[in-house]
Design a protein around this ligand. Structure first.
Ligand code: PEP
Ligand code: MG
Length: 760
């Protein structure tokens, strides 16, 4: 069965479009199961009707014509039940619907299997037979497996099809919506600008060109360079490779001939696509063709074509860098956008960001939030290669992207942007006012920083200090470790900008999803691996250099605090303290005039929750990293969009852990703050205040919103709210209760745009 499956899937992958893919599929399924009918019905989302999209065995004239309502007929029944239905006499089933145009009445046996992708029913796959018989278990299993394969194909085609508007006959295409996850709130309207990593052929976008001659010259130049490269490698291979392997170079050279691959690429360029897009198309078609071959030798040739394609691509990319000057109002779109994008590009021109990967707590989202750039991440099936230059709306509140929005949609979003501007004017009023509740309880509001761009915004918004300076961000945007002197300059800028307010610098927190390009860490399970303090304790030279740079930079300012990430045991605290004291003595001996800074521990791991008391004996303060704490308590990868709905900051267990931490720290008389994203959501900020946290540290863009709400709700009311939520047993109920309370207090406007964020 596996072999049959493999062959069908490969043949289907070769099809030019969905309609031919479906035709191949029904034909092959019918043949391999020996049935008389195989049909595919797809659910058209707007009309909520099933369309017969392909059939073998029913009247061909019914394709595209036969439609039935969502709950109509056996097809509707399968879709609604979301499970296979296997009948020996379909016509006697109460749901059987007679459709004259299909000629279906001749068939008795019926097996229908739903086509489901990410919990959404996309259609139904059906086989039928004249005899009265039930399909056996193997047949059912085969059809279920085929349907799972089909689901991904249909989801992808629907995503691209809605954009091209030709999937369902007679259904006019307009704006297409794509669901993702909110990375940073706000609305962005602009034109898509696709970024993609160099040498990744499949994510190269299409880009229309006007000067075809010029593009052909670029292509010819790249092909010539590859030929020269090949000639050089061929000489080398004569000495180093066995004779049979040397033949490969001749194969490559032939593929570069005009009557082979190169000619096909030229043809596509002449039709108006740029060379990189044309190359992607041609190479992928050839790869698929080779992969579908039976002969294992020929099948393996797919990797040669890919290799050759990548070589040509790298020369084309030398001629044109993908990340160059971006136009104003660009929506930066890519498969996996990293925070470096903000360094490579002109921030002013970025109106929004859309990334296929990531989730609301991945680092790209965190940086986008602090810069206030509307961002949607985790957008599955986003057809990147078709996006360049399209009009997009990024709805960072709902986590949605709208492609080619209609005038009415644009008008709606422009009015939301106007409301935002009004609200932010109102919020500005509290920038200079204390963050004090109506009954006189004071909270300290700090900011999280990483880029220099955060500093200005933070100061404008009246931040009382920095609760988390993510030192890894300046490390991430370089191509080598910054020297002690370079680090000192960077840290000094932060300390000076906020002086005399405190700046809490976290020691290097790499690993997990934060990679340094020049210090790769490849692990099966990076979030449970070598990250944070584990890396720096294993590399005391990196740790000491960083701490020395921090200490030197604080000379005559004395507003430095140091914080240790990912601590899971007391020995890690002791080892780190030992190194910090050593660095302190060294810089004193070298002549620095500094005080010993306060040292703190981050609570990010469940094990640390239960040792807060012991940590407090060693350090001066505690700061909770609720982003990681949530991920580790709930066993939900903060970057994985498949489980993003399970990443719940309002989960009762997360809230109880947060209460446990603050209770223990208070008992030891140690100041305790929180610097994860929960601090920046007015709803959780109220709960944290009620639990006893004295300091909240958040992105600058959240600060005024949180301050406004704290200034409106009394401390005693927040305590009541906390008592109320302790009675509740799940995140959704807790969140809607908090929303209800704030709505009733007239503060709905401050939290309403946050609905839909995965924080919930
Ligand atoms: C956290 O985990 O909550 C935190 C503040 O650190 P980061 O998001 O940088 O991992
Ligand atoms: Mg963390």
């Amino acid at each position: 069965m596996l072999e049959t499956l493999r062959r069908i899937v490969q043949e289907v992958n070769l099809a030019e479009d969905l309609s031919s893919a479906l035709s191949v599929m029904v034909l092959r399924i019918k043949e391999s199961m020996g049935t008389e009918v195989c049909s595919i019905y797809l659910l058209e989302p707007k009309s909520n009707q099933y369309y017969l999209m392909a059939t073998q065995g029913l009247n061909q004239s019914a394709v595209g014509e036969t439609r039935m309502g969502y709950s109509e007929g056996l097809v509707g029944h399968v879709g609604q039940r979301e499970e296979p239905i296997n009948l020996d006499d379909a016509a006697s089933h109460p749901k059987f619907l007679y459709l004259e145009e299909t000629g279906e009445e001749r068939f008795s046996a019926f097996l229908g299997v739903p086509i489901i992708h990410h919990r959404k029913t996309l259609g139904v796959l059906v086989v039928q037979q004249r005899d009265r018989r039930r399909f056996d278990q193997n047949e059912e299993a085969f059809l279920v497996t085929m349907s799972a394969q089909l689901a991904a194909l249909v989801a992808h085609a629907e995503a691209t099809g809605t954009i091209d508007g030709n999937l369902f006959e007679g259904v006019e295409s307009e704006s297409a919506r794509f669901d993702g996850i909110s990375g940073a709130t706000g609305i962005g309207i602009g034109k898509a600008y696709v970024v993609y990593p160099p040498t990744d052929l499949k994510s190269v976008p299409d880009r229309a060109i006007t000067d075809i001659k010029k593009e052909l010259r670029t292509l010819n130049g790249a092909i010539k360079s590859v030929r020269l490269d090949m000639a050089r490698l061929k000489v080398k291979a004569k000495v180093q490779l066995p004779k049979e392997e040397q033949g490969l170079f001749e194969v490559y050279e032939r593929m570069l001939d005009d009557n082979a691959l190169a000619g096909e690429v030229r043809e596509k360029v002449s039709e108006g696509n740029w060379a990189q897009g044309a190359l992607r198309d041609v190479v992928q078609t050839h790869i698929r063709a080779f992969e579908a071959m039976d002969d294992p030798y020929l099948r393996a040739r797919a990797s040669d074509v890919k290799d050759l394609g990548l070589r040509v691509l790298s020369f084309l990319q030398e001629a044109k860098s993908s990340i160059n000057k971006i136009p104003p109002n660009a929506i930066v779109v890519g498969e996996d956008i990293t925070p470096t994008v903000f360094v490579d590009m002109d921030r002013e021109n970025i109106a929004g960001i859309v990334s296929s990967h990531g989730s609301s707590n991945s680092h790209m989202s965190i940086v986008a939030r602090s810069l206030g750039i509307p961002t949607v991440v985790g957008v599955a099936e986003f057809p990147l290669s078709r996006m360049e230059g399209r009009d997009l709306v990024v709805d960072g509140y709902r986590g949605e992207v709208i492609v080619s929005p209609s005038d009415a949609i644009c008008k709606h979003y422009k009015s939301v942007m106007e409301d935002e501007r009004e609200l932010s004017k109102e919020l500005d009023e509290v920038a200079e006012l204390p963050s004090e509740t109506p009954d006189g309880h004071c909270m300290t509001l700090h900011v999280n920083t990483g880029l220099m761009a955060d500093v200005t915004l933070s100061l404008e918004r009246g931040a009382e200090g920095v609760g988390l300076y993510r030192t890894e961000i300046p490390f991430m945007v370089r191509d080598r470790f910054p020297s002690e002197m370079e680090q000192m300059e960077i840290y000094r800028q932060q300390l000076e900008a906020f002086h005399p307010k405190p700046v809490t610098m976290r020691t290097l927190d790499v690993g997990g999803d934060k990679a340094l390009p020049y210090f790769p860490i490849t692990e099966e399970n990076p979030f449970l691996g070598w990250r944070g303090i584990r890396v720096t304790l294993d590399h005391p030279e990196i740790f000491l250099q960083q701490v020395r740079a921090m200490l030197w930079s604080s000379e005559s300012l004395d507003n430095l605090k140091i914080m240790l990430p990912m601590i899971s045991s007391i020995t890690e605290v002791e080892d780190a303290m030992h190194l910090i004291h050593r660095a302190f003595l060294e810089v004193l001996e070298e002549g620095a005039h500094i005080e010993m800074p306060q040292i703190g521990v981050m609570i990010e791991v469940p094990a640390a929750v239960y040792q807060v008391r012991e940590f407090c004996q060693q350090v001066d303060f505690i700061s909770v990293g609720s982003n990681d704490l949530t991920q580790y308590l709930l066993a939900v990868d903060r970057n994985n969009r498949r489980v993003a709905n399970l990443y719940q900051s309002y989960h009762p267990s997360v809230l109880r852990a947060l209460q446990e931490i603050v209770t223990q720290a208070k008992a030891a008389d140690t100041p305790v703050s929180i610097c994860g994203e929960m601090a920046g959501d007015p709803r959780s900020a109220l709960l944290l205040m009620a639990m006893g946290y004295d300091t909240l540290s958040m992105s600058a863009s959240s600060l005024l919103r949180v301050k406004w709400v704290l200034r409106k709700i009394s401390y005693s009311r927040s305590k009541e709210m906390l008592d109320e939520i302790w009675q509740m047993d799940n995140a959704a109920v807790i969140l809607s209760h908090l929303d209800y309370v704030l709505e009733k207090e007239g503060l709905g406007g401050f939290i309403r745009p946050m609905h839909g964020s995965v924080h919930s």
